[in-house]
Design a protein around this ligand. Structure first.
Ligand code: SF4
Length: 495
């Protein structure tokens, strides 16, 4: 048997579902996942920083020819005690690079670095696989650990790596997994041996398509399911969707008389019967009556740094860097627009964001947002960071009204919302075929994830590129707050 070449990521793919390995080999073009470049870039930055966790280290540079990496590792191994990063090994066609290898006189310690804030089960498989490779090469593995981000750490002066990273010792779990790894590798080899290019494996979809990662081959593996189907029911837990699927309740027709949450049944009913929008006018009127002029329609954009960059902030804290504000001062006033977009290299951007907003929202009218928990949460964080601004942040929060509520409560529901109350579903449902309100027609930035990524990478761009991206960010955020104005107008129209 020709042994399958495995690496850490290939082994972990197979732990999730062996068919992923087969697809990667024979049908890689069928992958249709989200763009993961931002996640990889984050992981790369965290990995680079963690290399210094134990002081000086010798780094094995990536080489497409992996045997060069193994050779360099072998040259450094006798110089113990030392720390080798990306130390590379291969045993029986199983390759791995250890993020950080502490190479002591009496054995080695394996540290697998993750940019997440906790330990997931798949990380245990990842690190245990490395333990397997090294111990089978005759190294004495004393310790296996996962290094991850501590999101309680608050930046206070110099970045403290020992505080930023948490080290979780998983040696005992890894030892217990060694037998299982041998068995898994044998099974992977048998699986690939019995499924060649012309013999696609038959693997039923299930929880493995979602855990630990959403599989990139989901579209391909579900291409023959009726559309829409149980996996399109908004808000239903994935585990319940899979259960329904296993029971053969797949299409909306199969589900329409099922004993499930009435919200799910409503989505199904609207879809199957092509129903007209449901509008509870009393509730909408009550919502409108609760608003007080001037009306401030505001939307924030935020980003997260895995490694905190600003004094007083935590790893992965949501940092608002931009807002768009539409103001309607009274019934007859023209719509005004204000906006703020921080400079990418501004160390004080949170304060500048808050000061600009306070001056733009100077009166006590309704501050209308979409998903209040997010904006009010950011304001509370700003208030904690800058006690002198707390009073104003509290004032803005006290005036805050959530425009999402009538949709969340289904006081207004249309088939096109597909069970969702997200702005990106609600707006086109209320204003179908309006090119000016279509996010697809925006230049550069089309959704919040893109906005965050664009801002995080801004510093690395040329001046000309920065101008184009900044303009894209401004137009995107402007549409978000304008969307709220349009929803408010629609509410007035329907009552
Ligand atoms: S979609 Fe599911 S069944 Fe298909 S390859 Fe991915 S995990 Fe396996």
């Amino acid at each position: 048997m020709n042994k399958v070449y495995l690496s850490k990521s290939r082994y972990c793919n197979c732990i999730q579902c062996k068919k992923i390995l087969w697809m990667n080999k024979y049908k890689p073009d069928c992958a249709a996942g989200e763009d993961k470049s931002a996640i990889f870039e984050n992981g790369r930055k965290v990995g680079e920083l963690a290399k210094g966790l134990f002081g000086d280290y010798e780094d094995i540079e990536f080489d497409i020819n992996l045997s060069n990496m193994i050779e360099k590792t072998n040259e450094l191994l006798p110089n113990k005690p030392n720390v080798i990063t990306e130390a590379s090994f291969s045993y029986d066609n199983n390759f791995c690079s250890v993020d950080i290898l502490k190479n002591d006189e009496d054995g080695v310690e394996i540290y697998e670095v993750k940019s997440s804030t906790g330990v997931r089960d798949i990380y245990l498989d990842d690190a245990s696989y490395q333990h397997y490779v090294l111990s089978n090469l005759g190294l004495n593995v004393k310790k296996v650990a996962i290094v991850h981000i501590n999101n309680k750490y608050v930046l206070d002066g110099e970045l403290d790596l020992k505080e930023l990273f948490t080290i979780k010792d998983i040696t005992e779990t890894s030892k217990a997994k060694q037998k299982e790894i041998r068995k898994n590798i044998d099974e992977i080899n048998e699986f690939m041996e019995s499924h060649d290019e012309f013999n696609e494996p038959k693997v039923e979809i299930g929880m493995q398509c979602f855990e630990p990662y959403h599989c990139d081959y989901w579209q391909y593996c579900t291409r023959d399911l009726p559309k829409p189907n149980v996996f399109d029911v908004k808000g239903m837990q994935t585990i319940d969707k899979v259960k329904k699927y296993d029971e053969g309740k797949i299409s909306f027709e199969d589900l329409k008389d099922d004993d499930i949450n009435p919200r799910f049944l409503e989505q199904i009913d609207f879809e199957l019967n092509n129903k007209e929008p449901k509008i509870e006018r009393e509730a909408i009127k009550e919502f409108l009556d609760s608003l007080k002029y001037p009306l401030y329609f505001i939307d924030y954009e935020s980003c997260q740094h895995a490694i905190p960059e600003m004094e007083g902030t935590r790893a992965y804290q949501q940092i608002p860097f931009q807002y768009s504000l539409h103001i309607k001062r009274d019934e007859d006033a023209a719509l005004e627009h204000r906006e703020f977009l921080a400079e990418a290299d501004d160390d004080n951007l949170l304060r500048h964001f808050a000061e600009s907003m306070i001056s733009d929202i100077s009166e006590n009218g309704s501050v209308i947002v979409y998903n209040k928990a997010f904006e009010s949460g950011r304001n509370n964080e700003i208030g904690r960071l800058y006690p002198d601004l707390k009073g104003e942040m509290d004032r803005i929060n006290a005036n805050m009204v959530d425009l999402m509520i009538p949709f969340k409560n289904r006081n207004y529901y249309a088939r096109e919302m597909k069970g969702s109350h997200s702005l990106k579903y609600v707006l086109p449902a209320l204003y179908p075929n309006d090119p000016e309100l279509d996010y697809h027609n925006l230049p550069v930035v089309h959704h919040g994830g893109e906005a965050a990524e664009a801002f995080l990478n801004l510093k690395e761009k040329s001046k000309e590129e920065q101008e184009i991206i900044r303009e894209g960010l401004l137009r995107y955020c402007e549409l978000d707050s304008l969307a709220m104005v349009k929803i408010w107008e629609k509410f007035r129209e329907v009552i």
